[in-house]
Write a protein that binds this ligand. Sequence first.
Ligand code: PEP
Ligand code: MN
Length: 381
Amino acid sequence: MSSQTHTEQAARAAPYPLVARATCPAGSRVRIGNVEVGGDGFTVIAGPCAVENEAQIHATAQAVATAGAHLLRGGAYKPRTSPYSFQGLGQRGLELLAEAGRAAGLPVVTEVLSADDVKQVARHADVLQVGARNMQNFALLKRLGRIGKPVLLKRGLAATIEEWLFAAEYIVQAGNPAVILCERGIRSFETATRNTLDLNAVAVLKQWTHLPVLVDPSHGTGRRALVAALARAAVAVGADGVMIEVHPEPEQALSDGEQSLDTAEFATLMHDLACLVSLVGRRLSAMAQAAQGEPDLERDRQRIDRLDEALARLLHERVRIALHLGRRKRAAGLPLKVPERETEVLRRVAALSGGSLPEESVQRVFRVIMDETLAAEHAGP
Ligand code: PEP
Ligand code: MN
């Protein structure tokens, strides 16, 4: 059987054929302006739970853009558990969000609560978010299938992964292939955290669907002190990005302040994520890399120190493996130096240079690493 036929059969066999992994084994990508969600890129969405006023959303937008976020989030229509809680600024909130996004150069994501609101929200948003409480609002899903903008579909509070994929299938079947999933924690018996962030689901989804998967550790934990740890875990488990609630003054926030990072905490998290994504073979999208940040000598030195430490540990690990390999080569009577292999290594690392240094410079650095390693192999037992 040709692999094409096999793929088609597998796609037909899945109960959700349009979003099944077999339909697009390489994984689908969703484009939002200059940003691409999925593929090698790791996407960071950041912003307040709710748009509260002009100053708040502008300050947040500038800060998260400077730190390297790719998209700005902010609720204008808030699905609050209590009818007495702040419900969002509505239309005015949409306008403020869109303005803040434009000023900061970031596309914007915001929640749409009902099918009737889709048109209005789509006028201002680059991505329309379906909240956890609406994951099975089928009228809303079908309506979103007919807009030409990406949809961020959050997992229901108590939805199985299969139910979630059926919800995504509704949107794609209605004509909109640009769907991004977002794990935001599920209800469990555990009371230590607001929800239980189900990172299993990310690993499962990577097998079952081709859609990009983001993780929301803010709602997933409900606690500011836990957000960074779970965001880092999202990188390790293979998520395509994270959505983080950020507020310039979390203690003053009108909603979800207890789970919002302040802007400095977010900047630190971005730095950690930038290191981690490169270790799992990904990269932060171009905009994040281009972000300059405010000059802060001490902070930048600390960042460089931590990168140097990571490089030194990686170098140690590389040499350890090479020495082991060298001993086996010697036992087998094989030469320690293999020029073709070295050329291949230099070609590969040059291709990953990322443009900050010329390819030849990167190759010179690796030439030294290989020569020093070889010397250690010759000197070794
Ligand atoms: C949100 O992202 O602001 C939100 C309300 O999340 P959820 O629907 O996951 O509760
Ligand atoms: Mn929130």
